[in-house]
Design a protein around this ligand. Structure first.
Ligand code: PMP
Length: 395
């Protein structure tokens, strides 16, 4: 039997039942809040088409060739400049490695840091893709209680005190996937204090931070770190396009060297072509203006989903009001089950992801994640009306 030959770790890596259920969302009559896709009509197609042909003609000999594992130097320099400008975070270009999306960085973090049974602390709930990437390395997940301002420091400290092999704290402090929540500055500072006190790393995953629709961008947790505890993950997936697969890790040099070794075994380097194309895009186009445009469109979509939820959802259903990002989070009355609701919702041609999947240890079944970036406002409203109907018929 082939299955008897699989590595033991494959026992932890399973296809999700929810994914099976969500396959029907490909049908055009289904309004899906399930994905996490940016709006494709906002990809700068013409600029990228022009830059692509110029890149191939001018520098194709380089763009189509193998390149260094660390990544294309001019792009690493631009990323370092942007991290300082937007998130007040000073890193040198050689403290950055380009990865094939930040998803690859999550896998590398597991590979470089996790021994079986090491404690990995995460927000309750957290990003499913990170949970699955880490799970292959057999950690012990510790869910830390979280409110609208981030992890509760007392809960985190209690968990750190109890841990046998505390390794790192994984957080998404800006417009979290799945809840849309953002950490306050005080909580960011408290986190750094605890990381330093207990000698654990912080993995700060920040793909959504630039997509802010109200208020001021907060400094990254990494900017508050003077001792090198924070491993920062960035990505162009939501600010430009995910298909190019360009993300990065900014970390202390000791760790960076290890990521380079691991990347050599994984894929040698990230696509030279994608890196050079994004570098040219930033060099020749107004990236800030592009992000302002994304924020304008997504803000309207965020407003539309909040308005529709307030208008159509029955009493007792609570929803989050995200200040940015692509998601909002819904809490159904106690006793209702998001997975049951999904079945009912699919019969009404509307879809979402039940929240239970985002809790590695103790699922809160009465929760849902809704994405609002991928469709126009009228479709959002229609989808929320259908979802409200599904909630009412389960009550
Ligand atoms: N981290 C978080 C929190 C995400 O939501 C995602 C994608 N949805 C990723 C990492 C991976 O993104 P990418 O590999 O496209 O950079």
């Amino acid at each position: 039997m082939i299955s008897a030959l699989l590595a033991e770790r494959m026992a932890y890596i399973k296809a999700s039942k929810i994914r099976e259920l969500l396959k029907i969302t490909e049908r055009p009559e289904v309004i899906s809040f399930a994905g996490g896709l940016p709006a494709p009509e906002l990809f700068p197609i013409q600029a990228l088409a022009d830059l692509t042909s110029r890149l191939i003609l001018d520098e194709g000999y380089k763009a189509l060739q193998y390149s260094t594992t660390e990544g294309y130097r001019p792009l690493r320099e631009k990323i370092a400049m942007r991290m300082e400008k937007v998130f007040k975070t000073r890193v040198a270009a050689d403290e950055i490695i380009i990865t094939s999306g930040s998803q690859q960085a999550l896998d590398f973090i597991g590979k470089v840091l996790i021994n079986p049974e090491d404690e990995v602390f995460l927000e309750s709930p957290s990003y499913l893709g990170a949970i699955n990437a880490f799970r292959a390395y057999e950690p012990k997940f510790v869910e830390v209680e979280t409110d609208d301002e981030g992890m509760i420091p007392e809960a985190l400290e209690a968990a750190l005190k109890q841990a046998k092999h505390p390794k790192f704290i994984y957080i998404i402090p800006d417009f979290q996937n799945p809840t849309g929540r953002t950490w306050s500055l005080e909580r960011r500072k408290a986190l750094i204090g605890l990381a330093s006190k207990y000698g654990v790393l912080v993995v700060e995953d920040n793909p959504y931070g630039e997509l802010r629709y109200e208020g001021e961008i907060l400094p990254a947790v990494k900017s508050l770190d003077t001792e090198g505890w924070v491993v920062y993950l960035g990505s162009f997936s939501k600010t430009l396009c995910p298909g190019m697969r360009i993300g990065w890790i900014a970390a202390h040099r000791t760790l960076l060297e290890k990521f380079v070794l691991i990347k050599q075994g994984a894929d040698l380097h990230t696509s030279t072509f994608s890196q050079m194309l994004i570098n040219r895009y930033i060099e020749t186009q107004d990236f800030d203006a592009h992000i302002r445009k994304l924020c304008q469109v997504y803000r309207l979509r965020r407003d539309a989903i909040i308005r529709a939820m307030e208008r159509y959802f029955p009493g007792g259903v609570r929803c989050n009001h995200p200040k940015g990002g692509l998601f909002t989070w819904v809490m159904l009355p106690e006793g209702m089950d998001g997975t049951e609701l999904l079945k009912e919702a699919l019969s009404k041609n509307v879809a979402f992801v039940p929240g239970a999947s985002f809790f590695p240890c103790t699922p809160k079944k009465n929760t849902l994640r809704l994405n609002f970036s991928n469709m126009p406002e009228d479709r959002i409203e229609q989808g929320i009306m259908r979802l409200a109907d599904a909630i009412v018929s389960l009550q």
